[in-house]
Design a protein around this ligand. Sequence first.
Ligand SMILES: [Zn+2]
Length: 137
Amino acid sequence: MSMGMKCPRDGQDLVTKLHESSPPFHVEICPRCHGIWFDEGELNRVLPELTIRLENMKWRPCTAGETPVDSPRSGTTCETIHLEVGDLTIHRDPATNGHWVDGCELEHVKAFAQTACRETRDHVDYIAREMAELGYH
Ligand SMILES: [Zn+2]
């Protein structure tokens, strides 16, 4: 489990949330901006349909107009993909294979989940509930 990771956007301590689903997963959520960190393998547990799509896509550096993010796990500058489905932008730490999703992307994650199976939608609902407890609105 992670200890002491800081939000790469605003420096807040990330809060670990463990979901006892089958299979279980954990995510780290920023209580301020509600960005989400997925350690290696966690994105595939939460949103397997998303990782299948990402397999066929090429990660690229952030372009002008995008705000690059440094991995809270390794400090490495992340690579980026923008998905048409859900209009979703996601970042990957090439050093640890973790993923970062900005808090403002939650609605886009939900939109993507609408194309996924019920279990995936339940996972996203769980994350949204945990965000709400942290003050997301
Ligand atoms: Zn934050």
